[in-house]
Design a protein around this ligand. Sequence first.
Ligand SMILES: Cc1ncc(COP(=O)(O)O)c(C=O)c1O
Length: 471
Amino acid sequence: MDIDSFRKSAHRLVDWMADYFQSVETYPVKSQVKPGATYDKLPSSAPEKGESMDAIFRDFQEIIVPGMTHWQHPGFHAYFNGNSSYPSVLAEMLTATLAAQCMIWETSPAATELEEKMMDWLKDLLHLPHAWQGVIHDTASTATLVSLITARETHTGWKINKKGFQGNERFRIYASKQSHSSVEKAVRIAGLGSDNLVLIDVDKQYSLSIADLKDKVKADLKAGFIPLWMVATLGSTGSTAVDPLKEVTEVCKQYKIWLHVDAAWAGTAMMLPEYQWLRQGLEAADSFVFNPHKWMFTNFDCTAYFVRDAESLQRTFTLIPEYLKTRSHGRVNNYSDWGIQLGRRFRALKLWFVLRNFGKEGLRKKVANHIKWAQDLATDIDRHPQFELLAPAPLATVCFRYRPPEVSDDDLNALNEKLLHELNQSGKIYLTHTKLADIYTIRLVVGQTYQQKHHIDKAWEIILVTACQLS
Ligand SMILES: Cc1ncc(COP(=O)(O)O)c(C=O)c1O
């Protein structure tokens, strides 16, 4: 491809992108293709001779697009939204064009310094403690692993980094039964062993039980274990339950446990004055993670990770081989010392575009609307005689099931699984499920960037009609 064809193709692709955004509602939200369908349409090896962009782009539209689930469709209510937005997409185009490795300050000073500034802006926007320092990671899973390894190293005086496990470390990790699977993954990867992850009971709201936490910590101490690290979740994946952070901080302080706060999705709500209760006690946490790539309309991947003690974090992860030594060492920030990867994408750029283009006011308005529409829906569901709300909806996720009186309790799980399947097959909306107290629970998340109130009304109407046609 020469530069003239690049220019021509780029214009064509941008037109396609704008058309896609305008017409995204005409696609089935969840891809309808069968397993293997995309694979079978692709040749068994790469072409010997280069192909034209026309041919490649035609196949993109004919083979790839049908096999995509449309996460930017306003009927997307599954998981937690992995959002983008127009300014974010534009920034991604520039990031791809610059294609810089932003591992150390010298490899792109602006990338490092913009990241530092964006972390300051996020602290201001979410009312996080001023003294914290932040870094962008790829995912919350990575940030959680980084937090655990830092806690492990800080506790042992950086000995495991150097000598490895000596066989006598008896660490315990705590998180609620509703915490995200990334917690157990981190425990495994950090070499602490899933058996040492102590899952704490939850109350009727699916929030961590402080009484059970205290009992389990005390029992562990009695048995000779060392309580090392715990995760408090603000907005659990299943039902967006909020752990009692203030009480958790007291337990952590008493037993010198590192406290990591996982607010992957819900953290964004801290920008709203009426959601300041979410962050009560937060200043006592050791680390905190939230994902602008979820509810802050910034393309995946973009996780904001904040720590109280950036020195311990860097001491845990810094490794400077000869080829990375620079004259600026000690005077500038090298973000590859703040985590696992050496090579780093320029992720701060899209955050900058999003924060500037929406403005704090624009972001607050969007998130407040999502919460309002979700809560109106929760009220409608609660009032409907054949539906049941299964968990509180403190934010913008609604957990419910269909419960027609003629169906016995034993058959409700299967009925709701069928309902979810039918809804997703319709291609009009996409929802996912969880189990709460062994009950098959349908989750509906409001939070796609360009969703409007009428999309939520339509989703509810589709649910009602589909449920009616089931029996
Ligand atoms: C509460 C919570 N923590 C962590 C994660 C993991 O996020 P990521 O995909 O960025 O690793 C999720 C994902 O939805 C989540 O809901």
